[in-house]
Structures are given as C-alpha cells and as structure tokens.
Ligand binder design. Sequence first.
Ligand code: PEP
Ligand code: MG
Length: 532
Amino acid sequence: MSAVGPRCLSGQPAAPGVVHGRIVEIVNGAAPHVPTGAAPMSLAAAMSEAAAQLENLAASTSDANARTILEFQIEFLRDPELLEPVQDQLATDVEPAHAWITAIDVQIDDFESSADDYFRHRAADLRDLRARVLAVLAGHELGPLTLPDDAILLADDLAPSRFLATQWRPRQAIALRGGSPTAHVALLARASRVPMVVGVGPVSVPSGCTAILDGAAGTLQLAPDSTHVQEYARRKTRLDEEGRLDTSAAARPAITANGERVQVLLNISTVAELDAIDPAICDGIGLVRTELLFAHGPPDEDAQFDAYWRIVRWAAGRTVVIRTLDAGGDKPIADVTIDGETNPFLGVRGVRLSLAAPDVFKVQLRALLRAAVGGALKLMIPMVTTPDEVAQVRRMLLEARLELLSRSIPFAMPQVGIMVEVPATALALDAFDIDFASIGSNDLLQYTMAAARDNQAVSALTDPTHLGFVRLLQQIVDRAAARGISLSLCGDLAAQVQHVPLLLSAGLRSLSMPAASVGAIKRAIATWPSAE
Ligand code: PEP
Ligand code: MG
C-alpha cells in the first residue's frame, strides 16, 4: 500500500543489486558522528527516532503480545501531553536528557502507584521507553536496526558502526538522502552485498511505500507500477546470471590475457566476515580495518590478539596485512577520537591519533606482535605523512617487544608498511623506512582532489581518471619499483571493474578488495590488455 504515485529519484550508485521492497525511514541513522557546530539532538527528534525504531520492531515481529507493548509505547511517545510538564525547561538551556527524565519519571511514578494492575505492569514498558530515548540522545549508544525482511531503509546518513551492528538480509537495501559512494558505510554495504543508493536528496516518503532500489543505476523508484516491476524482474535475472559468472571466476587465479599473474587480496572489517568466505578465492588479506573492531571502545590486548590470531590462522600461511587503528574522519570512536575538530578528515586521525594516545596504541602493537607468531602478518600504518611517524612506530614496536619479553609471551616481528593516502607521502615514498606500501585510493583521491569523501555534493570530483591522479599513481608505482618495495592498492578503486585497465596499465600487480568483488575483478583482469 502506498500514498504516493510512481516517482523515480536519482541518486548515486553506492552498492550494486536490485531490491523490490518497502520504505522504512529512520530519523537519525548517523547519530554517533555529530559534526562540530551542529546542534545537539533535540528531545523531539530523539522521541521521533525512538518511535521510528519501535515501529520497525513492530513491523518485524509476528508476536501479537510484543506488538501490543510496542504500540502502547509508540502511542505514549506521540501523546502531546507527555512533555507538557517540562515545556518551560525545553525553552531554556536545560539538557534534553534531563527534561526527558523529568517528564517520563512523573509518568512512571503515576503508573507504579496505580491501584490498577494493568497500569502497574505498564510501568516496566515506560522504563524501557525511558532508556530507549536516553540511548538515542546519547548518540553512540544506537544499537542494531531491526528491519522487516523487505525493508528499503531511508535515512539522512548511516553510521558505519550501526551498519555493522545490524544483521542485513538478502532482500534489504539502503537509500541515503546524503552520503557518498566512498564513505565508509558505502564500502561496508558493498562488502556485505547490501544494495545502496546515496544522495537521493531531501525527499519525504511515507514509511511502507513500495519501492524498487537499483544500487548499480543509483535510482529509487517509488510506488512502482506493473511495467517497473516487470523491468525489475528482468534486471534481477540478468544480475543473478552475472553473479553466477562472478562466482565461478572467483574460484580461479587472477591472470591477465597475456598470462601475467595478479595478486588478489581481501579487505575485511570483522573476523566474522571470514566465516562466509572461501579462502581459495584470494591470495591472502590485504587490509584489515581494525578500527571497526574498536567500534565500542578499545578492546583489551587478549581480545585483540584473539581477533588477529583468528584472521592469521584463517589465511593459513598467506599474507595478512593488518592496519593499525585508523580512527577519526568519518570513523569516530567513543573515548578515543577527538571531538570538536573543525575538519576531522584533516585532523588527528590514523597514525596521528595512535601516536597521540600511546597507551591505546601499545596494546594494539603487543597484540599484533603476538599474533605474528601464527603466520605471515604484516603491520600497516594508516594516514602516514612523515618518515618520522614510521620511525616512532618502529620505536614503539621495539618497546612492545621488550614488554612481551619481560612477560615471557611469544611474539614475532612483522614487516612494517604504510598506507599511501597523503599526496606528500606519495611524492616522497622513497624517503620512508618501510617494507611495503599499499595505496589507500579512497583517501588519496579525496586529498588529491580536495573533495571530501563523505560529501555527496563533490563526489563527482573524486575521479581516478583525472590526469593529476593518474600521474600520482604512476609515480607511486615507479618509486616503489625503484626501491624494491612491494606495492598493492586496497582502496575502493581496486573493486571498480571499469578502472582495472587503469591500475594494470600503471603497473600494479596486487589489488585488495572486498570478497564480494573478487569474481568481477578477476573477470576484468582476464580481459586486459584488450586486443585493441
Ligand atoms: C583508503 O583510504 O583507500 C583506505 C583503504 O582506507 P579507508 O577507506 O579505511 O580510509
Ligand atoms: Mg584511508
């Protein structure tokens, strides 16, 4: 059922796949990343987000009792009289959380002291509601989304940590009003095969409206008619066929048309991802984004060791490149990243943050040294700008080694490499004391083109075929070859079929990408160089 007529919204492709489902709107999907200067969330917005969460829960449960409780909570939140006792507070500077507690506690007391059993039992539902709204106001407490099986999630933006906390199912998809194809949440959507369109603009669509989302075309067709639905079915059949070809290509080694072997590595963000991946499709792991293991604060040394150890054992002797914490930018971490930076992408992120928080960093270094005993672990430093940053990390590695020695814990020293993400680093690659390098094209592009990767309005500028970027890429490849340093590329560019010729022509012979892209990229490698 839908209250709108057919209308096609155009955005940008962010993760391929087509889905025919129903719109489910959330109000504040990206709450953890409150940009500097932005107003804190109002109580009204938090209550509306909480109501939307409850509606999604109600839509996804078949339990009539649960639905009754949820409907009671939703109705309660929408009662205009609920906030009346705190209207004065809301007009002043009083914290929204304080006003909320005042308002809801009056109600909880009333319900608890009621002579009627029914109302007394309902007090527990109100306490639950109290916690939910407080969690929304706290932002970083936002938990997993509970969505119906055919949900097309519509939101302004979505935090990477919230994407990861959510169990995505095959018929679900995401449409963002803002966002950008190179933002972290889009990378995660591609890796998890959740179709996604970004930048559909400030549209208002009633929840429950039927829609067809085409992640490769970047469109969201609202209230599709029978012609649209038939076209969707044809497109889905074609995509399923492509998917079968990709699956069989993934199982074969990557070899160019003139017989050169290309190393294909995987990018992963969580250990759990490995359960669904056949190790035979890759030559190892080229990027572990460890910051996503830190989503709820830094894990202790044993917990980190356990995660790294499992990855190294999965790779069974093949290369595993683990990147040290790359928090900051669009990946804030509670209690680790610095709040209030005017431009977090140019601020204290990556290795800059690790060096500023040596206690947190040392824990990670010790865990990595311990896991290196289990296989070919390489340590990769993100956002490196100066040779001195590498020297400092090497010194800290030696300290970490001494600490492990004094505790009689086995360890091995890994190779040390860097991400090439900062143009100054690309141009001075020969000045760094490193064993290997990997091009982080997502950041290298945004810094080369001066176009933020999370800003949809400038995303067309992040074009890897720009002559300036092509020249920079070529210089990196040439400098690494001259120094005898092994080089890979682990940004999203490695997963873009249309740019495979650009990368291979520049001389790259190692690419790291999400498992979902391996088949299509191996097929593209097999056709290069083309006859013409
Ligand atoms: C990159 O910048 O290309 C990269 C791989 O790192 P991330 O996307 O995690 O910033
Ligand atoms: Mg990066």
